[in-house]
Design a protein around this ligand. Sequence first.
Ligand SMILES: NC(=O)c1ccc[n+]([C@@H]2O[C@H](COP(=O)([O-])OP(=O)(O)OC[C@H]3O[C@@H](n4cnc5c(N)ncnc54)[C@H](O)[C@@H]3O)[C@@H](O)[C@H]2O)c1
Length: 445
Amino acid sequence: MDYINKLEKVSVLGAAGKMGSGILLLTAVEMADQALKSENKDKSFTLNAIDVSNDALGGLMRYLKVQVQKLAEKKMVALRGMYADRNDLIENGEIIDQYVLDVMTYVRPTTALEAAYNSTLVFEAVSENKDLKNKLLSQIDKNSSNKPWFLTNTSSVPIHELEKGADLKGRIVGFHFYNPPAVQKLVELIVTDATAADLKDFAMTYAKNLRKIIVPSNDFAGFIGNGHFMRDALHGIHTVEKLAKENSFVEAVYMVNKVSQDYLVRPMGIFQLIDYVGVDVVKFIMNVMNPYLKDEDLHSDLLDKYFELGVKGGQFSSGAQKDGFLKYEKGRVSGIYDPDKKDYVAVADIQEACDKKLGDLPKSCVAWKSIIGKKDRSKEFTALFGDLKNMDTLGAKLAMEYGARSNAIGKKLVADNVAHSEADVNTVMLTGFFHAYGPINEYFV
Ligand SMILES: NC(=O)c1ccc[n+]([C@@H]2O[C@H](COP(=O)([O-])OP(=O)(O)OC[C@H]3O[C@@H](n4cnc5c(N)ncnc54)[C@H](O)[C@@H]3O)[C@@H](O)[C@H]2O)c1
């Protein structure tokens, strides 16, 4: 495998999307960094940014420039080394401008899929639709004489289905970045039975150069991350449905969201996470995964209902959350959607009564923000979950059930051969979802 040769002609499909734009940024920067090495001076690099809308591509190029500029400011020392032979570049600002220019020269925004026919490497990050992905990959492959390699970012479609659907015979891997790709360290790497060893080597080198943490996942719908998240979300939804028999629906959502955040010491509650990813996206991923599952039904009528009501969550381009199950004001949760009223109920109106029903948090409780920077957190978690185990409050009971379910989901991912090991499951949840402890632990048994 010649890494540089493969990196010379690249296309990103869905380049203006959330994931595509990040993949484009990372790849453009990697190209520039490689091109600036003396041994690669004779190489020429092209990076096609392919998407369906010209407007979106215009916005993408503006986004890219700003991001490269920020990145350049952060790696000034390295850039001085890379431009050591350029006596004309003296001030930091001159080096940064040159680097931005160098990165941007590789990127060719286009709505023409034909641009990819000449590529040796194609990153696929179009919408999560198996038929669309198959159609695009197959069209590129049929019209290319390069036998290109494909790296798909699909969240849920088994890679062998795309391999078969587009007749790629070992020339595809799942390279599952997390959102946003430029920030998140984790990538799940999924090979099929046929994936070429050279392609796997390329994927490993590319990930290493991007300083990503690679976790291999076997080729099962949803892989490790969504395999855990979708079931964990469904547990939250089922708990709401149970609690709503004795409480109002919005109270039930508030309580489960609070337990899954404050009691379990996670960065956000489960309904905030569903909103962050998108109610529609979660529903869609479950729909893709469900037909592949033998002994469970990964489906929620509640998600269908929210989707039909147009309550979808998601994010603005700034990264701020859009309203979904919860309403967000200045980054804080201020309301909860009541599907009967088709409006948000203010958290302030229900908070006190709900907190009373949940009961007090134990004194050993720690905030996620205050513990995530610590290296060894086991003492704090042993104390907290030990206390919760011995408490008789509703909050403690829900938290212990939630933690035990998360643990069982993690173990099943190993038993079902989705993950190679318990450590891999924990790494995915620790790095991809920023959990403060892995789901497979001794705290909830
Ligand atoms: N958003 C996440 O959190 C996340 C995380 C990991 C993986 N993924 C996966 O990444 C992929 C992209 O997701 P996203 O969230 O970036 O979606 P998105 O909707 O933000 O982006 C998809 C992009 O694909 C473009 N597109 C649609 N049809 C196209 C076509 N025919 N040709 C070229 N471009 C086309 C759209 O215009 C859009 O810009 C999906 O497979 C998704 O499952 C998403």
